[in-house]
Design a protein around this ligand. Structure first.
Ligand code: GLY
Length: 374
């Protein structure tokens, strides 16, 4: 991939009436960030919130692209622990001490942790401030930076305190993925695959042929994968911004995944995308057991995941040592549930996901026992 080469970006609109915003996707966009963001940045200062890793790799490029005006930075430690009440309070204090006003703009420059935290800060600071997303991981580019979910974690679980709060713009520079390691590329790719598995068999066919090119960061393949993912997400968010129904489909595999992440104690040793790969396969396998999904579809997914080294689960105790009861207990706390029922995203095949309400806990536990042994 050529670093810093400017191409004309592809633009997708997230259509939410007065809260609509563009997603610009292309190579070399950081160096033209000032121009692309001009109409979305207020008259005042820009405060870039980022982490130490992204700052050391890409902050200079972004700063050079944001010519003019007063630019400040808040640089946080990398990792999930940054999405905490303590860091939230510290960032709010810093912004208030600097008299951040509603004319000013926050820039979330990083992966999902930075995007979720910055979005939440923007949503509550002075009852709502201007913010834009510049995601730097594949996972954040195809999922977390789009759609306005913001949150921090608490001891009770991941993302349990947060708001829906849309950015003014999302700027996706595919060049930044050159510095992302292969493991994080695969983790992000799980969320790309998710869109195909939900409702797009055509995209599944394309990914089955082009996953290798996406994972090796071929510029054209990446652009297609990211644009198709963002278009799919924008369409669902337009129809169900506040997740009253259809948007829950974007959680395919996530109820299983969040339970696996909880078992791994959110240690960072199991990446979210890695848990999502495993969780999507579990959703397919459980659907097969319920007689909803053909075994050929499950096998196709299993083969694809194996081919692209997406079936290993680092950070977990060996499967024999995972307590299926503990997994079920975590699944019972999922945000999609009602007081009594576990709601799951299941499937009738590739591209045919649906919301399955009130899952039968006995058969689910039986499945988890089998999955933990296999
Ligand atoms: N990451 C799932 C959603 O935004 O709804």
């Amino acid at each position: 991939m050529r670093e810093g080469t400017k191409t004309s970006p592809k633009t997708i609109i997230v259509d939410l009436a007065e809260r609509s915003y563009p997603i610009h996707i292309g190579s070399g966009l950081l160096s033209g960030a000032g121009e692309l963001l001009a109409q979305h940045i207020g008259a005042g200062r820009i405060v870039i919130i980022t982490d130490e890793t992204v700052a050391s790799l890409h902050l200079t490029s972004l700063m050079s692209g944001l010519v003019g005006g007063q630019i400040e930075t808040i640089i946080l430690p990398p990792g999930e622990a940054t999405k905490s009440f303590d860091v939230l309070q510290d960032v709010l204090d810093q912004l208030l001490r600097a008299n951040f006003t509603r004319d000013d703009t926050l820039v979330a420059f990083g992966g999902g942790v930075i995007g979720d935290l910055t979005g939440f800060v923007a949503s509550i600071l002075k009852r709502g401030c201007n913010f834009v997303q510049i995601p730097t991981t594949l996972l954040a580019q195809v999922d977390s930076s789009v759609g306005g979910k913001t949150a921090i974690n608490t001891p009770a679980g991941k993302n349990l305190v947060g708001q829906f709060y849309q950015p003014k713009c999302v700027l996706i520079d595919t060049d930044v993925l050159a510095t992302l390691d292969d493991r994080h590329m695969r983790a992000g790719y799980a969320e790309v695959l998710k869109y195909a598995l939900i409702n797009d068999p055509g995209f599944w066919g394309w990914l089955d042929a082009n996953a290798g090119a996406v994972l090796s960061r071929d510029e054209t393949a990446l652009r297609t994968a990211i644009a198709t993912s963002c278009t799919a997400k924008a369409a669902i968010v337009k129809r169900d911004e506040f997740e009253r129904g259809e948007r829950a489909l974007l959680n395919l595999g996530h109820t299983f995944a969040h339970a696996l992440e909880a078992v791994a104690r959110y240690s960072g040793s199991l990446l979210h995308g890695e848990a999502v790969s495993a969780g999507m396969l579990m959703a397919f396998e459980y659907s097969e057991i319920l007689g909803l999904c053909a075994s050929e579809d499950v096998e196709q997914l299993r083969t694809h995941l194996t081919q692209h080294k997406m079936t290993m689960l680092p950070g977990l105790p060996t499967k024999l040592k995972i307590d299926p009861g503990a997994l079920l207990a975590f699944m019972e706390r999922d945000k999609k549930n009602t007081r009594r029922d576990i709601n799951l995203v299941l499937t009738r095949g590739i591209g045919k996901a649906f919301i399955h309400r009130a899952a039968d806990k006995t058969s689910l536990l039986k499945f988890l026992k089998k999955a933990c042994k296999s």
